[in-house]
Design a protein around this ligand. Structure first.
Ligand SMILES: [Zn+2]
Length: 433
């Protein structure tokens, strides 16, 4: 079926343009260009239409913690609270929660999520009757919420870089051995709206002698890993291996064009150099919530790494805010304004994010691309009167009014077309307490 939209403004590869006609057929954009005419029969999209936003780093269940972890503490005390939340979930409750969280993402203009999934097994670490029941719950949840998903099934084998065994809630994360993980991973099937990728949780959670076989076994797939979020993990890696986490991953052939370093916060100049040609996923709202630090986004981009963005712990689900935070945090560090071109920030949130998740045909408003449209209202109290090209410095997720994913309308007039999102979030979360 052929559908036409007339966008008041649209962010095309050449920049923001007015009166843009977008034609969609079978879930693909067939035309995206400035219109020389206006026809009343065409669906009008007032506001600024962006390409689909890719949330490249998510742990859906962390949404449970929003507003529930006040007070003092560190990343590590927060992690204890996160483990307590993880201990409560089963495939049914995880499906219900993730469906609501992914629907919240759709409301924020996210058309594709990278779910970094390590909550694999029953609380005692024993496999469910279906060993992939939790991963399949996430895949189904995304489909029902109307967003695409790359399930990054995560290898998690030990508690510390020194090889301490998993204990407590961590037992749910582990498969015991690389071979057990690989066997289970091999049984995962991607639905039409999904891709299967892999993750190596971190240099502390996987023994270095498994990195090589992991890299070989996952060749050609999107591969993600947490890298240098905390100074303590760098220090432990230096003590155990005499090098940084990035150097260790490089030694074993994990880095490259399919690899995403998530966080990449505490890097040496050599680390930055090594990440040339890989992706670096910044999650600034989470990184500031957890007091992680500010990663060298500008230096990474200058060195030839591709920036992507994620809402990670979902303290906030707002990819526009993540783009703005990359720019504003860099200003604080350098004490100077204007560190990124708006188009660079948009590419991080759209095309680069989709590429890092294995979707090269999404994230740009151009013929041949997947038909993802995210329309931001320009008549709200935040956006009224702005230059549309300045939207990333002004708007929030609350200004996203219309979202199309693969040609399907998922959000209309600011409401999810299938899910009462606030109600489902409330019910899914309150049922766990
Ligand atoms: Zn993470």
């Amino acid at each position: 079926m052929l559908t036409h939209y007339l966008c008041e403004y649209a962010w095309l590869p050449s920049g923001v343009a007015r009166d843009v006609l977008i034609a969609i057929e079978d879930g693909r954009i067939t035309r995206a260009e400035q219109a020389g005419w206006v026809d009343d029969h065409i669906r009008h999209l007032p506001g600024l239409t962006l390409p689909g936003l890719a949330n490249a780093h998510s742990h859906a269940f962390h949404r449970v913690l929003r507003g529930r972890t006040p007070g003092k503490g560190s990343f590590w005390t927060w992690r204890d609270q996160m483990y307590a939340a993880a201990a409560k979930l089963n495939p049914e409750s995880y499906h219900r929660l993730a469906r609501a969280v992914f629907a919240e993402m759709a409301l924020a203009g996210v058309t594709c999520v990278g779910e970094f999934h390590y909550l694999h097994h029953a609380p005692d670490g024993v496999r469910y009757a279906d060993p992939n029941a939790m991963g399949e719950a996430l895949l189904a949840a995304a489909g029902e919420a109307g967003v695409r998903i790359t399930l990054l099934d995560t290898l998690y084998l030990q508690a510390t870089v020194d090889g301490d065994p998993l204990a407590g809630t961590q037992l749910r994360f582990g498969d015991g051995t690389f071979d057990n993980w690989y066997e289970r991973f091999g049984d995962l099937k991607a639905p039409a709206h999904g891709r299967i990728g892999a993750a190596l949780h971190s240099v502390r959670a996987v023994p270095a002698d498994a990195f090589g076989e992991f890299a070989e076994a996952t060749s050609g797939l999107p591969v993600h890993a947490h890298v240098s979020e905390q100074v303590a993990e760098n220090y432990a890696c230096l003590q155990a291996h005499g090098c940084t986490p990035t150097e260790l991953l490089d030694r074993h052939g994990v880095l490259g064009g399919h690899f995403t370093a998530v966080h990449a916060t505490h890097l040496t100049p050599r680390d930055i150099d090594l990440l040339r040609g890989s992706y670096a996923c910044f999650c600034p709202t989470t990184e500031r919530d957890l007091g992680d630090g500010i990663g060298p986004a500008r230096a990474l981009a200058d060195a030839g790494a591709w920036l992507t963005l994620g809402s990670d712990s979902h303290a906030v689900i707002d990819l526009i805010e993540e783009t703005r935070a990359v720019e504003l945090h860099e200003r604080l560090v350098r004490q100077e304004r204007g560190q990124f071109e708006p188009a660079e920030l948009l590419r991080a949130a759209t095309a680069e994010g989709h590429l890092s998740l294995g979707w090269p045909d999404a994230g740009t408003l151009a013929a041949g691309q997947r038909a993802d449209l995210v329309t931001v209202a320009l008549d709200t109290v935040r956006t009224a009167g702005i230059d549309p090209a300045g939207v990333l410095m002004a708007a929030s997720a609350a200004d996203v009014r219309h979202v199309v994913v693969d040609g399907d309308v998922v959000v209309a007039d600011g409401r999810h077309t299938r899910i009462d999102v606030a109600r489902e979030l409330s019910e899914a979360i309150c049922a766990l307490f």
